[in-house]
Design a protein around this ligand. Structure first.
Ligand SMILES: [Zn+2]
Ligand SMILES: [Zn+2]
Length: 177
């Protein structure tokens, strides 16, 4: 925990490593190394988070497992002052910093680091730039070759609906059977 309003005059620097950290949505980080610097600034707190890790998730098109190096470097001003937070940013020296509302006196550095990595995590990662994805009809990974579906049948909604209707008709809805 960082005691935000009793920081040493020269600032507080914390660092650490985490072998494995779970993020939202079945995604995780490994080999995480981070540092946090907190410095009192006119009643507010200047915060800097730096770190690197390996992001482990999935290709957003074909769902193949994926690793990506992930770097985080962010600086912002933490404040209890709702007016300052409302203005969104604050000039500090030559920097224009985002202002983040920190109503509590204490800040959990592990949670702070996790949030910053969460913000930097790739939104739509691809295994390769030209990943072909999965067939929407049969689910085959098109990176591994074409499927048996007719291209027309995959694209035309009416044909898809027909296929769907056919598939649904095959499902027995009677709970007795
Ligand atoms: Zn892919
Ligand atoms: Zn297919």
């Amino acid at each position: 925990m960082i005691d935000l309003y009793h920081l040493p005059p020269e600032g507080l620097r914390l660092s650490g490593t985490t072998a494995h950290l779970e993020l939202e949505g079945d995604v995780s980080l490994r080999e995480l190394a981070w540092s946090v610097f907190a410095l009192a600034s006119d009643g507010d707190v200047f915060l800097e988070v730096k770190g690197q890790a390996v992001w482990q998730g999935f290709c957003s098109r074909c769902l193949a497992p994926l690793d990506r190096p992930l770097m985080v470097e962010s600086q912002f001003l933490g404040s209890k002052d709702a007016d300052l937070v409302g203005r969104g940013s604050h000039a500090l020296g030559s920097q224009d910093l985002d202002v983040v509302f920190l109503p509590e006196d204490n800040l959990d550095e592990a949670e702070l680091v996790r949030e910053q990595f969460e913000l930097q995590a790739p939104m739509h990662p691809l295994c390769t730039d030209d990943c072909k994805g999965l067939c929407p009809s049969c689910g085959k990974n098109w990176n591994k070759g074409p499927c048996q579906c007719q291209p027309d049948a995959v694209q035309a909604p009416s044909a898809l609906n027909q296929a769907l209707a056919k598939a649904l008709a095959g499902i027995k809805l009677d709970p007795q059977s």
